[in-house]
Design a protein around this ligand. Structure first.
Ligand SMILES: [Zn+2]
Length: 311
């Protein structure tokens, strides 16, 4: 983490007053639906790629996404050390022509791991991954539903990516980025990872990747204010390399403006006691201690995506 750098992100094309469409659309995020998705994902037992529950979670994601009218659902396969990785991508296009660039990507990883559990065997050890990262995955399912039903609000493509293999050092998202053609069609990549734990505050860290992501960082902070979403504190953290191990990293390192929202990256402090169940069999629904924060994270992500896609 080093000093912030000047923004190279293009300024907004239109005045950044709060607009009723965005405010109305983020209000459509249904916390009960997010709960249902989280429970279904946790019910798989584990979403570790080496565990049979992974396929159950994949089937659930396809079932949910294929029930959404008006979108294209794609499968992007990758491999890592003999393991099959399956990125699942929902394409949501405007009603008019799709521009060749200026696309917006929203991502979360759906895989899980329990390598901090004593005696860990990825094939059999439970890895419910409720906070990490059924919270982000469930939010993305709501984003997909709302965006698909409101394609008239879009001027460009929104890609909602459910990445696999993040727990294997973001191999799924890295493979996805490696297969993109240049010039990149994406103007922004927004990642949600662990957004449901903090019994003290509605805090999120805002990781931003390299100087070209400074403008996107500022947009996220301004959007939090503009719509009164209430993430507080929202802490910017500069990321200069991939050691953060987040799906935002490969996008940022490739030169795409990229940020990640996370309840806390790094060590504990007075506003964050730390989720001790992280990467254990105990990351169950009970570890999602702050459902208000979870909802705020989902709203903030959707608001930023809607604003960027409407420009
Ligand atoms: Zn995670």
């Amino acid at each position: 983490m080093t000093a912030p750098a000047p923004s190279t992100f293009p300024p907004a094309a239109r005045p950044l007053a709060a607009t009723p469409p965005v405010a109305a659309l983020i209000a459509q995020i249904n916390a009960y639906k997010m709960d249902d998705h989280l429970r279904a994902l946790v019910a798989a037992g584990s979403r570790d790629v080496r565990h049979a529950g992974h396929a159950q979670a994949v089937a659930y994601l396809y079932e949910q996404l294929r029930a959404v009218p008006g979108i294209e659902v794609q499968t992007h396969l990758a491999a890592y050390q003999g393991q099959r990785l399956e990125n699942i991508v929902a394409i949501i296009d405007p009603l008019g022509p799709v521009p060749p660039g200026g696309w917006v990507l929203v991502s979360a990883h759906y895989d899980s791991i329990a390598n901090r559990t004593p005696g860990w065997d990825p094939r059999v050890t439970a890895a419910p991954g409720a906070d990490d990262n059924a919270t982000g995955t469930a939010a993305l399912l709501e984003h997909t539903r709302i965006l698909a039903a409101n394609r008239s609000a879009l001027r460009t493509r929104v890609v909602v990516a459910f990445f696999d293999g993040e727990e294997l050092f973001y191999k799924g998202s890295a493979d996805f980025v490696s297969k993109l053609t240049k010039p990149y069609a994406y103007k922004a990549a927004i990642n949600l990872d662990m957004v449901g734990f903090n019994p003290i505050t509605d805090r999120l860290d805002l990781l931003w990747y390299l100087p070209h992501s400074a403008g996107l960082r500022d947009r996220v902070a301004a959007t939090n204010q503009r719509y009164g979403i209430g993430v507080s504190p929202l802490n910017p953290l500069y990321a200069s390399d991939g050691s953060t191990i987040m799906d935002a990293a490969p996008f940022g390192l490739a030169g795409i403006p990229s940020i990640a929202l996370c309840q806390r990256y790094g060590g504990n402090d007075a506003s964050f006691p730390g989720n001790s169940t992280f990467h254990t069999s105990n990351d169950t629904e009970a570890s999602v201690t702050n459902r208000g924060l979870w909802l705020k994270a989902a709203k903030l992500t959707l608001a930023v995506a809607l604003e960027l896609a409407a420009e």
